[in-house]
Design a protein around this ligand. Structure first.
Ligand code: SRM
Ligand code: SF4
Length: 578
């Protein structure tokens, strides 16, 4: 299918009053900007403002160590700048050899930890400016890249990773990769700048004008980030409704029929801006497998053409849909596609949780889902998880898949090799099935926040484990230790840990203080609602102690904590159900 190039008459396309980022893109020569010069400048650990925006399209963010900010300021030193790189790895898949390379990069250039993100990607933190190119080249040696890891483009495509959970898992999984490839920017800037490809020659030889070079995106790319996720019911472990496009695999008699298409999800909001809000994607129809690439591309290009480029707080696709209306959107999509989506099929989700432990697939291979606390892989005195994963990778007995709950799936293990894997894990303190953990810990997500995220207002990843340790005796007291209560924490309202989908969501307001949200469901189909504002740890513990007591004494059969919060009118159910 040939897609329409950006039409300058359409309102969203860059116009007077556009944001700085739009202007940076416009003047960047397809994402090149002055990155080469910035990275060669020996006088500072930072890069120019325009380049800090452009480098995102190459998968990296400039950050500084927030723990050191004040001290360095007092000493009149520039902030301790470093870079975070986020890889593009649809469905979170890596071979054992690639995992070894990732381990090596983190030790050689990063802060010796490996971060598994809430979108099934690996992040390296703490890479100094002068090592960024070497890190990218090392990734490339293992056939890995970070193109479109961030930036105003389609991001890492998520997909339910565990082949034992559905007969069509691998077929669906392949679509995550196909969609990711299909929607990749085509600028060669990444290859030229980081991999020294062509050194710029040849680029000018591209014929046919600017959009030949970037046929899907044009030179202004999208107004904002764009996300696609796929889930296979009944498992919603990729939180499909939080995506700009959510694809729900429809399976009959173990055969993939196609996908229900949901549009307009997104979780970010800004305190004090009432016009920003989280929104769950709305199911608009069904497409066959061979239509899904075009559907994703055309939906994305409607956002390219109509998305808000004047205010980045309002530029996500969810606002475009709400501004123009769902009916308008469906009509526009039909016109662009040249066919109408079918009627959405029935799809029932039961959980967003990862299924820990060993599972066997239809081909007799085993898959082991392991808990990683908030996705941070490192060695601690009690748990040498980083070494364990490296040793397992060195055996070459399995591949690796990351989950959207920030966990790890070791996959494709032969029956005879299970015991070898278990032995390595046990030697390094890792339990295989996560049963030693409370249900709440197994179901927790925290975003990075301190010390690298510039937007964090409170701790998240570094604090939630401690908070859960303090909650565990309370859960025990109420007989709730095993109950899978979904708790999520983010250091700000951007929603990176999807806290607004949790049964208990904690969103940072300032250091040590959080807003508490209640009423999310277990299956990822309901946003939660603000319950208490700006509370500290003592208040969180006391409130939850009382609520757990009431929950246990009044709950109905199989009633989840989130459903209880709504039934007992602690919070109103959100309107935004799918
Ligand atoms: Fe996120 C920005 C980390 C998933 C919504 N996110 C950031 C930045 C890059 C901060 C920044 O802009 O400088 C954070 C870097 C922290 C660091 O030091 O690593 C950051 N986001 C993360 C990760 C690593 C959280 C984690 O602990 O796992 C996740 C990386 C995913 C990936 O591999 O691509 C991550 N971010 C999410 C999600 C969840 C999801 O997509 O499933 C969301 C909510 C869904 C959504 O997009 O609406 C999310 N991140 C945001 C936003 C709010 C966007 C908005 O619509 O307003 C920002 C801020 C922004 O874009 O301006 C943001
Ligand atoms: Fe940073 Fe906020 Fe995202 Fe947490 S939710 S990683 S604090 S932007």
């Amino acid at each position: 299918m040939t897609y329409a190039t950006p039409n300058k008459k359409i309102p969203g396309v860059v116009a007077p009053g556009s944001t700085d980022v739009e202007n940076f893109k416009e003047n960047s020569d397809y994402l090149r900007g002055s990155l080469v010069e910035s990275f060669a400048n020996p006088l500072t650990g930072s890069i120019t403002e325009a380049d800090t925006q452009l480098i995102k399209f190459h998968g990296a963010y400039q950050q500084d160590d927030r723990d050191q900010r004040l001290r360095r300021q007092e000493k009149k030193l520039e902030p301790a700048y470093s870079f975070m790189i986020r890889m593009r790895m649809p469905g979170g898949e890596l071979t054992a050899a690639q995992w070894q390379k990732i381990d090596e990069i983190s030790n050689t250039y990063g802060n010796e930890t490996i971060k598994l993100s809430s979108r099934q990607a690996v992040q390296f933190h703490g890479i100094i400016k002068f090592d960024l190119k070497k890190s990218i080249q090392m990734m490339n040696d293992a056939l890995l890249d970070s193109i479109a890891g961030c930036g105003d483009v389609n991001r890492n495509v998520m997909c339910t990773p565990d082949p034992s959970l559905s007969a069509v898992n691998e077929e669906v999984y392949a679509y995550a990769k196909k969609i990711s490839e299909h929607l990749m920017p085509s600028s060669r800037a990444y290859h030229e700048i980081w991999l020294d490809e062509g050194k710029g020659e040849g680029r000018q030889l591209v014929e046919g004008g600017e959009h030949e070079l970037e046929p899907l995106y044009g030179k202004h790319y999208l107004p904002r980030k764009f996300k696609i996720g796929i889930a296979i019911p009944p498992y919603n472990d990729s939180d499909v409704f939080i995506n700009d496009i959510g694809l729900i695999a429809i399976v009959k008699d173990d055969k993939l029929q196609g996908f229900n298409v949901a549009v307009g999800g997104g979780l970010g909001m800004t305190f004090g801006r009432e016009d920003t809000y989280p929104r769950l994607a709305t199911v608009i129809g069904f497409c066959k497998p061979d239509q899904v690439l075009d559907v994703c591309a055309e939906v994305m290009m409607i956002q390219r053409d109509y998305g808000n480029r004047q205010d980045r707080k309002l530029s996500r696709f969810k606002y475009t849909i709400d501004q123009y209306g769902l009916n308008w959107f469906k009509q526009e999509l039909t016109e662009r596609l040249g066919f109408k989506l079918g009627k959405a099929r029935k799809a029932v989700f039961t959980t967003t949780a990862d299924q820990y432990g060993w599972h066997k697939d239809m081909n007799g291979l085993w898959h082991l889902l392991l808990h990683v606390e908030h996705g941070r892989i490192q060695d601690t005195p009690l748990l040498k998880q980083k070494t364990a994963f490296l040793k397992i990778a060195e055996t070459n007995l399995c591949n690796f898949r990351l989950t959207a709950n920030q966990n790890m799936l070791l996959h494709g293990i032969k029956t005879a090799d299970k015991v070898k894997i278990e032995k390595i894990l046990a030697q390094h303190g890792q339990h295989a099935d996560g049963r030693e953990l409370s249900g709440m810990r197994r179901n927790s997500i925290a975003c990075v926040s301190m010390n690298t995220c510039p937007l964090g207002m409170a701790e998240a990843e570094r604090y939630l484990p401690t908070l859960i340790t303090k909650l565990e005796p309370i859960l025990e007291k109420h007989g709730l230790r095993e109950q899978e209560i979904k708790i999520r924490m983010t250091g700000c309202p951007n929603g990176c840990g999807r806290s607004v989908m949790a049964e208990i969501g904690l969103i940072g307001k300032s250091m040590g203080r959080y807003n508490m949200y209640l009423g999310g469901d277990a299956q990822g189909e309901r946003l939660n609602t603000l319950y208490k504002e700006n509370i500290d740890e003592a208040a969180i513990l006391e409130l939850l102690d009382n609520l757990f007591a009431d929950y246990v004494s009044t709950r109905g059969k199989n009633e989840s904590f989130g459903d209880y919060a709504i039934r007992s009118k602690l919070v109103a159910a959100t309107e935004n159900r799918v």
